[in-house]
Structures are given as structure tokens and as C-alpha cells.
Design a protein around this ligand. Structure first.
Ligand code: CTP
Length: 319
């Protein structure tokens, strides 16, 4: 399986030794897990050679102006113009500038969270990261409420908000954005051309209704840098998922990292069915050729880091 190598500071942190079938069980058991500070620091240092979360978390105002042309990261032939609205919403300084947290939670969207009772535990962390505007209110017992940063792929507007076809859906999105209440809204606006209008709609809504969020738009080099780091460590991901991006960024400013809702498998450890998302009826798609993600491979790497104490994965119930 994937293995963390801890001998010598220049050696890769994660090595994929074989392609043996994935053993899903998480060891050591939750109660025995112990944080490995030395390894965490080593990983932070290694990742810093590829990217700097403080900088790469967002493009800053000073570096772009309205009208500038940007090539999409995964559609190099397609371009977008930096709109006035986008420019307005670019942060002046990094939302993570000089930030350090004792513990961080990264909440993935797997259905494994349902009936986990992890809400309270998640909310005790100093900094809580969530993905793709996943709903919390109705699931608070299992996922918690605290949100310091939430990501929003443009496709979320289509999947969860019906492309804002009418006033009802626009209102729904607006309410969700208002509920963020000052947290960071992280929008990968430059990844693929498909999101162009959707990003613009959201930007417009935020400005028009003076929504209290701190917008951030990841740097143009972030994806390649993250991919580069993992490739160097022999984790051959095609395109890092949001969850893996968040872990990679979090190593910079979090001392201890706790992962919840990472479980890209249709059955849990007791062979019970697990929904792909805890909040909708989306089906497992990553196994199809079309999907750019290699989630089980990512999971294997994260599991290995869990076993070494560099992060803690929770895939069952919280006490
Ligand atoms: N995730 C997981 N297991 C699942 C679903 C999600 O481990 N069954 C993790 C993945 O790291 C994923 C993150 O939780 O990136 C957020 O989930 P989701 O919103 O579903 O992300 P994706 O649909 O994969 O979108 P993206 O392309 O942004 O990664």
C-alpha cells in the first residue's frame, strides 16, 4: 500500500509501493491514534517547496486589474476577462495571513457522516473547512455548524441551486451565502471554462446584497503545485479533489488536522451502504472514465498519513 517514509528529511513523505487492493479498515483505532508532530512539520516543509498556502489560497487585488485575460487552468485555449465585480471581490491581503490554528477540521461530503454524531466534535476545532457549500443546518448533529472556510466549485450552482433559474433558487443561494456570516468563501474561478457565468452570478449576488463573506479565488498555480507535491511523493492523482486541496493547504497553518466525511466507497467498514454525499442523491462517479478524480487513491494516501499520525481520519462514529 501507500507508506509514509520518515527516514531523512529529503525523502518523500508518501510512497506507493504496490497496487494491492485497498484495505478499507482504519488503523490504528481512533482511541489509539497519536499526533506525530515531527512528521507534520516535515510535511509542511515539503509542501512549502511546491506552494505557499498563504499566497496560493487567493489571487490578490494588486496582481490583477479589470479586463485582464486569464487562461483556464484545465482549458488552456479558453480565456476569461477579469470583470469589475471579480476585481472588487479579490482580497487585498491573504485571508490566511499570519494565521495559525491548534487544530483544524476538514469536512468532506461523504455520506459516512450520517449518524456519526460528529457535529459537536467538529465544532470544537479552531478552524473548520467545508466543501462545496454543503448544507449544515439540517445535519448539525452529524456535521456541526462552525464554518471558517467553505469552498464552492462553480458546478455547485448547477447541481444544488438549479442554475438560479428563478427567484426561488436565487433566494435559496442568497440565504446560504448570508448564513456564512463572515467566513471565507473559496471559489475556484479559473479552473475550467464551464463555470464562467456561474462565478459571475455569485459575484454579482454577493455585491448586490452586500453579503458578509470574505471571497478568495485560488491562484493559477495552486492545482499544478498540489499535483506536483503528491506526484513527487508517488501518489499519482489525475486532478486533486477539493478535499485533498484543503488538506494540502491546511498543513501550512494547522498544527493538527482532523478529517471527517472522507470515504469514497459505497460500503462502510461493516459493509453497510454509504451515500456518496450526506445531503443529496448524487451517485458514485469517480470510477467512470470521465471523472478526473482518483479518490480511492487519494484516500489510500490519507489513510497512510493517518496511520503515521500526520492527520486523523474519522470514518465512523464520534464518541
Ligand atoms: N469526499 C470523499 N468521499 C466521498 C465524497 C467526498 O472522500 N464519498 C471528499 C473528497 O475529497 C471531495 C470532498 O470530500 O473532494 C468534497 O466532496 P464533494 O463536494 O463531493 O467534492 P467533489 O464532488 O469531488 O468535487 P471536487 O471536484 O471539487 O473534488
Amino acid at each position: 500500500g501507500v507508506e509514509v517514509v520518515i527516514n531523512g528529511s529529503s525523502s518523500p513523505a508518501v510512497v506507493d509501493r504496490s497496487n494491492e487492493s485497498i484495505k478499507h479498515n482504519i488503523q490504528p483505532a481512533s482511541a489509539k491514534w497519536k499526533h506525530n508532530q515531527t512528521l507534520s512539520l516535515r510535511i509542511r516543509k515539503q509542501i512549502l517547496k511546491f506552494l505557499d498556502a498563504e499566497k496560493d489560497i487567493s489571487v490578490l487585488k494588486g496582481t490583477l486589474k479589470p479586463g485582464d485575460i486569464i487562461h483556464y487552468i484545465f482549458d488552456r485555449d479558453s480565456t476569461m476577462n477579469v470583470s469589475q465585480n471579480l476585481y472588487e471581490l479579490l482580497p487585498r491581503t491573504s485571508p490566511l495571513k499570519n494565521k495559525h490554528f491548534r487544530t483544524c477540521a476538514i469536512v468532506g461530503n461523504s455520506g459516512v457522516l450520517l449518524n456519526s454524531g460528529c457535529g459537536q466534535e467538529i465544532d470544537t476545532h479552531s478552524f473548520v473547512i467545508r466543501c462545496n457549500l454543503a448544507p449544515v443546518q439540517e445535519y448539525a448533529r452529524d456535521v456541526g455548524l462552525k464554518t471558517d472556510l467553505v469552498t464552492m466549485n462553480p458546478s455547485v450552482i448547477q447541481r444544488a441551486f438549479e442554475d438560479l433559474v428563478n427567484a426561488t433558487w436565487r433566494e435559496k443561494l442568497l440565504q446560504r451565502l448570508h448564513s456564512l456570516n463572515g467566513s471565507i468563501l473559496w471559489i475556484p474561478a479559473f479552473t475550467a471554462r464551464g463555470g464562467k457565468e456561474r462565478v459571475e452570478w455569485v459575484n454579482e449576488l454577493i455585491l448586490k446584497h452586500r453579503v458578509n463573506v470574505r471571497t478568495a479565488y485560488p491562484s493559477l498555480r495552486l492545482l499544478h503545485a498540489v499535483r506536483g507535491y503528491w506526484l513527487t511523493n508517488r501518489v499519482h492523482i489525475k486532478r486533486p479533489t477539493t478535499g485533498l486541496l484543503m488538506y494540502t493547504l491546511a498543513t501550512r497553518f494547522c498544527n493538527q488536522i482532523y478529517l471527517y466525511g472522507f470515504w469514497p466507497f459505497p460500503l462502510d467498514q461493516n459493509q453497510n451502504p454509504v451515500k456518496y454525499h450526506y445531503y443529496d442523491s448524487l451517485k458514485y462517479g469517480y470510477t467512470s472514465q470521465a471523472s478526473p478524480h482518483t479518490m480511492p487513491l487519494e484516500f489510500k494516501a490519507l489513510k497512510s498519513l493517518h496511520e503515521q499520525g500526520a492527520l486523523k481520519l474519522t470514518v465512523g462514529q464520534c464518541d
